[in-house]
Design a protein around this ligand. Structure first.
Ligand code: SF4
Length: 547
């Protein structure tokens, strides 16, 4: 990925409107960072939330850092090497290489074996830490496995209270929720025993202060001046490819009044609010929340909606609050394949959802699909084209009389099997097969007006698959990438390891299986063994989501 270096951090600072102040002063100094550009980082609610959680802790100085920061913090230009802790939120596997880029830019040795107690403690949290930390583990002192609300205060208090670095790491290595490679791996990089991941419980969700929300509003994000608020955690469904559903647990919603407190806090700074969650449409008080936002004359958008939630009661108030576009994820056009994904929802229901959106005045639609699903046939692929054509026809029928046809946008990805899901042992399709399937779909869709489709790069998908299911051996590939090797060269140079990680047999002894989110892992096996035979509504893809 080419990252444009920020030419004027001062301009970015000046353009920020902040709901809270960050102080760089404290007994310890933490750099809170995101391994991508400022623009991508500030679009991540996870990064914004971790910054805010850090600022809550007494006597901790907080600064931020990004990939385009040339080894210094964002606001005060402090060298990253001067921090006590560098805390990265890594949401996507492909960003792992940027952790190394940032260490390089800062003059901090990449491997913990080469660092001393004078170097910052390198900490990684976020989905990548919990999905499979092994490929990054030679670079990281401490992984946080689970929710920041639980683990960050514990980590910072431990750092404040333990001057001796060796003692600190030894202590953390024995606690639930932390993975300390130098203590929790053997000399060959194999895990020693189980580590436990800690997820938010009801009592955390119920606390008013714990509703994750942006605290910095800036035009320099994907959402341009929109403040983000999380509505719920977890998911009631269990789509077979979805890491989120098997790790975040059942759906738990933040209280409507607490969400509205966040809205009111934010609306003093911006009129644009974005509600995000794996299941926004399932919040029991969504109509009331949207109604109250409309009374406040706010412009509201939501992240992708679960297809069954595409009903008039949800879409009408959304449209009245300014939404002009929604995203859904049918994943495939084939009903039988969709049922096998444990997402048993009919094409008829999808078309009704598209029609309801049009009737409510939401003209633009984005739909996500996955190629390379286990058992996928050419007919299944062609059925994606049929579903898109039928959806497009609905949009034409509604748009033409008004002289304004909305845009239909399809995003296609290649299945990257994720640890802890029923597909964790699935084999990825090879390059030739990916080309053939993409060609088949592309041909079936030529000539649709007001239609755009994005096709995936097989190479990037395999690179991601390698990092998702790789072992500590994948670190040398990350180092090659950080040194500027192309993905093609890396995949060729590490052919055997890549093949092992992307064509895994389904056994119970996967390299990453040392992290237990026990009840969820068990559910993963149950779902794999007994796909739900009853048609029921299910939800959208989170292959691409920052949850
Ligand atoms: S893909 Fe979406 S709906 Fe399906 S299980 Fe994951 S979070 Fe839930």
């Amino acid at each position: 990925m080419v990252i444009t270096r920020v030419s004027s951090p001062q301009q970015l600072v000046d353009d920020e409107r902040r709901l809270i102040d960050l102080s760089p002063h404290g007994q310890i100094r933490i750099g809170v960072g995101y391994p991508n550009s400022y623009r991508v980082a500030l679009s991540s609610l996870a990064h914004q939330w971790i910054t805010r959680l850090s600022a809550r802790i007494e006597d901790v100085g907080v600064e931020r850092f990004y990939l385009d920061g040339t080894g210094r913090t964002f606001e005060y230009r402090s060298p990253l090497g001067d921090m006590d802790i560098l805390a990265f939120t890594v949401s996507f596997e492909l960003d792992a290489v940027h952790v190394l880029n940032i260490l390089d830019d800062s003059g901090i040795p990449r491997r913990w074996t080469q660092r001393t107690a004078r170097d910052p403690l390198v900490v990684v949290g976020g989905p990548v830490a919990s999905i499979n930390p092994l490929p990054l583990s030679p670079a990281v002192d401490v992984f946080c496995l689970g929710a920041g609300e639980i683990l960050l205060p514990e980590l910072l208090e431990a750092v404040k209270n333990t001057a001796d670095r060796s003692k600190l790491l030894e202590d953390l290595a024995a606690r639930d929720g932390f993975f300390v490679p130098r203590h929790n791996l053997d000399t060959l990089g194999r895990p020693l025993g189980k580590r436990r991941r800690l997820e938010k419980r009801d009592r955390h969700i119920a606390k008013p202060d714990n509703v994750p929300a942006s605290h910095i509003i800036t035009p320099h994000t994907e959402y341009r001046n929109r403040g983000l608020i999380e509505m719920s955690r977890g998911c009631p469904e269990k789509c077979s490819y979805c890491w989120v559903s098997f790790n975040y647990g059942r759906l738990r919603s933040y209280g409507a009044d607490h969400i509205m407190d966040r809205v009111d806090e934010m609306s003093r700074t911006t009129r644009k609010i974005g509600f995000i969650a794996t299941a926004v449409g399932d919040h029991p008080d969504l109509p009331r929340i949207l109604h109250q936002c409309r009374e406040r004359d706010l412009d509201v958008a939501v992240s992708s909606l679960r297809i069954p939630a595409m009903v008039r009661e949800v879409l009408q108030p959304l449209a009245q609050s300014g939404a002009r576009s929604v995203t859904i994820a049918p994943e495939t056009g084939s009903e039988s394949l969709r049922h096998r994904l444990n997402k048993p929802i009919s094409n008829q229901r999808i078309l009704e959802a598209a029609e309801t959106a049009q009737l409510c005045g939401i003209n633009n639609l984005k739909m996500y699909f996955i190629l390379g699903l286990p058992g996928e046939t050419d007919d299944d692929i062609l059925s994606i084209a049929s579903l898109l054509q039928a959806t497009h026809q609905i949009m034409l029928n509604h748009g033409r009389p008004k002289g304004r046809v909305g845009n239909l946008h399809a995003g296609v990805s290649i299945l990257v099997p994720k640890p802890y899901t029923p597909y964790q042992g699935a084999t990825m399709i090879d390059a030739r097969e990916a080309r053939r399937r993409i060609k088949l779909l592309r041909r079936a869709l030529t000539g649709l007006p007001n239609f755009k489709i994005d096709f995936p790069s097989h190479r990037e998908a395999v690179w991601q698959g390698f990092l998702s299911r790789g072992t500590t051996d994948a670190f040398t590939a990350l180092e090659d990438r950080a040194a500027g090797s192309t993905v093609s060269n890396i995949l060729n140079g590490h052919r055997n390891a890549v093949e092992a990680a992307t064509t895994n047999p389904d056994t119970d002894d996967q390299p990453w299986s040392f992290i237990s989110s026990a009840p969820m892992a068990q559910r993963s096996k149950d779902t794999a063994a007994q796909p739900n035979p009853e048609p029921q509504d299910s939800r959208e893809d989170h292959q691409k989501k920052d949850s």
